[in-house]
Write a protein that binds this ligand. Structure first.
Ligand SMILES: [Zn+2]
Length: 87
C-alpha cells in the first residue's frame, strides 16, 4: 500500500556517493555497507547500500530509508542483520 501522504511529506534525495553519505552521517557506526540487512517493516532482505535517502520537506531533515520507500515505512533503525532471526 502506498502512503500518498508520506510522499507529500518526504522527497527522495539523490546521493551520488552513498558510502560517503553514510560515513558522514554515521561516523561512529562500524562499516556495514555491504552487509545484507532485513527491513523489519517489509521483511525484505537487501544489501545495505541499496538504501534510499529521503528528506522531510518541512524540516529538511534527512533519513536513510528502506529501498522500498515509499511503499515501506522502514528507516535505518529498522534494518536488522539479515540473519538476525537465526542468531
Ligand atoms: Zn522495508
Amino acid at each position: 500500500m502506498i502512503d500518498y501522504n508520506k510522499k507529500m511529506i518526504y522527497e527522495e534525495v539523490t546521493v551520488k556517493n552513498k558510502q560517503d553519505y553514510y560515513a558522514q552521517n554515521n561516523p561512529f557506526v562500524e562499516d556495514r555497507f555491504n552487509e545484507k540487512v532485513c527491513c523489519l517493516h517489509c521483511d525484505d532482505e537487501f544489501i545495505f547500500d541499496e538504501f534510499k535517502v529521503i528528506r522531510n520537506k518541512t524540516t529538511n531533515e534527512e533519513y536513510i530509508a528502506c529501498k522500498h520507500f515509499p511503499e515501506c515505512n522502514g528507516t535505518i533503525i529498522d534494518f536488522m542483520p539479515a540473519d538476525y532471526k537465526t542468531r
